[in-house]
Design a protein around this ligand. Structure first.
Ligand code: PAF
Length: 283
């Protein structure tokens, strides 16, 4: 009999731990794909990557309240567990870890992980507390699943770097791997929040990736970033974006660069109407 999507679902920590222990006893390695649900092809590519690594793949689904600020979209964040489970089943995930809020944040929960400089600029500057919430919940997920490898999309490049820093600093025995961003044919990075876009905004949204690519090309050619960033910000504003940041940063430290001399990344966040989009490209 083929497995039903609902068979994938594990909501009790003891059940999760018993399942992972059984896989380990059978010699399998375990891969975690942390998500907040509202799954799209980008998430399924992470599951496919987990399968390609030859282990058992667990996708977690938890909309984490502590990484949303006041006035952000926590309450309207898209939630469709049945659809997510069907997608995970179709993608060949071995389990969906769907903890209850009380498992993640039981009464009296009082710990927050604060990450230093990496979490302070870019999204960290405009979403205070966001990366502390991400670092805390991801550390919990890693401790619950105890995977050998955890996969994160490069679309959230700062998040990826923050998690790498946390696991290094706290000696967590897991390898954190980034997976390249999946894009629509017109360049728009796949994101659960794209479904908020009106059709007029959807038509404009790919401009973000186009501008990032233009800035990356200019920084690569000339080294200097200032003029390219000013042109890029003006182009985004003219297209209707409200730009939160557009920056060329060191790919390791995420410190802003005036001149590119090594691995670098162009990163941006901008609102299009009510929707906040982020994206980045390598220089
Ligand atoms: O990228 C996300 O979906 C979330 O930030 C994560 C990593 C699942 C933590 O809640």
């Amino acid at each position: 009999m083929s497995s039903q999507p609902t068979d994938l679902r594990i909501s009790e920590l003891a059940t999760l731990r018993a399942q992972v222990a059984a896989w380990r006893a059978a010699g399998a390695r375990v891969v975690l794909v942390p998500t907040m649900g509202a799954l799209h092809r980008g998430h399924l590519a992470l599951v496919a990557e987990g399968r390609a690594l030859g282990g058992r793949t667990v996708a977690s689904i938890f909309v984490n309240p502590t990484q949303f600020g006041p006035g952000e979209d926590f309450s309207r964040y898209p939630r469709d567990l049945a659809a997510d489970l069907a997608l995970l089943s179709g993608a060949g995930a071995d389990a969906a870890w769907t903890p209850e809020p009380a498992t993640m944040y039981p009464p009296g929960f009082a710990t927050r992980i604060a990450v230093g400089a990496l979490s302070e600029g870019l999204c960290g500057a405009v979403r205070p507390g966001h990366f502390s919430g991400v670092a805390t919940v991801v550390t919990k997920l890693l401790n619950q699943v105890r995977p050998d490898i955890a996969l994160f999309g490069e679309k959230d490049f700062q998040q990826l770097r923050v998690i790498q820093q946390v696991t290094r600093d706290l000696d967590l025995a897991v390898e954190i791997r980034g997976v390249p961003t999946l894009r629509e044919a017109d360049g728009l990075a796949l994101s659960s929040r794209n479904r908020y876009l009106t059709s007029a905004e959807r038509a404009v949204a790919p401009r973000l990736h186009a501008v990032l690519s233009e800035v990356a090309a200019a920084a690569r050619d000339g080294g200097e970033t200032g003029a390219a960033l000013a042109r890029g910000a003006a182009a985004l504003t003219a297209a209707g974006f409200a730009v939160q940041y557009l920056a060329v940063c060191d790919a390791e430290t995420l410190a802003p660069l005036e001149r590119v001399a090594g691995p670098a990344r162009v990163l941006a966040a901008a609102h299009l109407g009510r929707t906040r989009l982020i994206d980045n490209v390598a220089v």
